[in-house]
Design a protein around this ligand. Sequence first.
Ligand code: ME8
Length: 560
Amino acid sequence: MTVTTQQDTSKSSYYLTTPIYYVNGVPHLGTAYTTVAADALARFNRMDGKDTWFLTGLDEHGQKVAQSAEANGMSPQEWVDGIAPRFKEAWKMLNISNDDFIRTTEERHIKGVQQFCETLYQNGYLYKDTYEGWYCLPDETFFADDQTVLIEGQRVCPDCGRPVEFVCEENWFFKLSAFQEPLLELYEQQPDFVCPQTRRNEVVSFVKGGLKDLSISRTTFNWGIPLPFDPSHVIYVWVDALINYITAIGYGSDDPIMQAEFARRWPAELHFVGKDIIRFHCVIWPAMLMAAGIEPPQKVFAHGFLLTKGEKMSKSRGNVMTPSELVRIFGVDAYRYYFLSDVQFGADGSISIERMLQVYNADLANSWGNLCSRVLNMTQKYFDGVVPDLWPKTIAKLTEEMGNPLAQIVQAEEGLYQRYAKAFGQVDYSGALSSVLELCNRANLYVEESAPWNLAKAAVAEKSEMQAAGLDEANATAPTASDRLAFVIYNSLEAIRVMALLFAPVMPATSAEVWQRLGLGDVLEIDDLAKQVCWGLLPAGNKVDTGEPLFPRLQLDDIE
Ligand code: ME8
């Protein structure tokens, strides 16, 4: 099968998305996890000079949402209009930098979905038949008899374990079965299409097992988008939802500017999803796109679940901590840091407040926060808060005499930036963060080893000796103790500048704060990260500001 596209292949855009979340509930740690991860990657790519577009949004149609509305005595539209601001507020609280926020009840989406379905119909991929089978409402998924599980006489969903309901309806079907070979070819030609590798294997063997055609419309309720060629049917919520990734960037629009936007941004570089919705994204979605003659995305990355005490977090299990509670205790950057550093992205990860406290105190309070406090305080104390200046010749002599382990880490070939950027490229947040933390720990050690407080004492003693001998310090040919002190403080401040840059995708607020304290400007906005992670760019003479501790130490008592 050939896929015809009119897309512009010369585009340089980096388009990434999160799932669009159901509005049957409010944001929780799970949905926040995917969104924060996508945000960190979007921020990294912007800082790295890519023309980034980051989309998130809401899945507002379907039976589940209609039921939540009914249970709350509202119309579906009133219900979704009430919940949408809660998501927007949550993402604002978590400092999410999405460029767009799509809601599937928006006109731009409805129009695009109808155009898409019309195209599938015209291309001969849709037909009408009777659907008889099971439906899992919480997952909005169809299951055949042999896919469900029978427990104590009750059929339950093989994925979430909740009861399924029997459905017998005349529906429109999508010829998914025609896409087995094209999908297998896609996985072959784009080996990174499904990441990580374990998920790829899962998807490939699922497709090899054969594909059944998919029911794509419902008639027993009407909270959805009508099929343009048979309006008594509303489009199956998953088909409706998946199309958001293209309607948000202009698919289906009559506006030439939006059409050009679509040509430039699509195919997406990355769809971030949780492992629960991988088949929709790695099987159904690319098949739908192929059927419509549109290129599939480049990559789908499916991460694992956050688990509390070994169980998937969910409201029905009653083990949910809320993002706002944790942000209130730890602050937004510590929240973002914990989830991205402590859970290996891709795998399931156990989270707990005790562990979060441990990571907070070790990495943020004692390491990063402490380094900033002590170095900024010493700059204040020994240099009146001004970044010290040294002659290049003196720097060369001091580097020879004292060494500069921090510059070495930053400047090494296959150095810090390369390791960090490679980790980001592999969506390995903990790898990227641990390379920055390594520099941070080394910098704390450097301060200990160099003992600026002793150098300061030596500088005072040396000065009075020189005065007594009638010598002028400025004429000294060999580096003096005050030169050594300036060298150590400058290096420590410079390492802090580099760390502020590299921590910024994950901890944007504190990095901006540190940037300001170093006298580098009110906003940290750069698009040439590789160039900035270079030794010696902190201007001498900058006025620094000590400020309050960035991450005050916390104890268990503080959070109970
Ligand atoms: O599935 N751990 O929406 P949804 C990690 N509307 N991530 C979790 C999680 C957990 N415990 N719980 C949820 C839908 N997530 C559809 C998507 S896209 C076209 C339509 C995250 O509100 C994870 O990303 O149920 C998961 O895939 C997503 O929330 C499911 O969100």
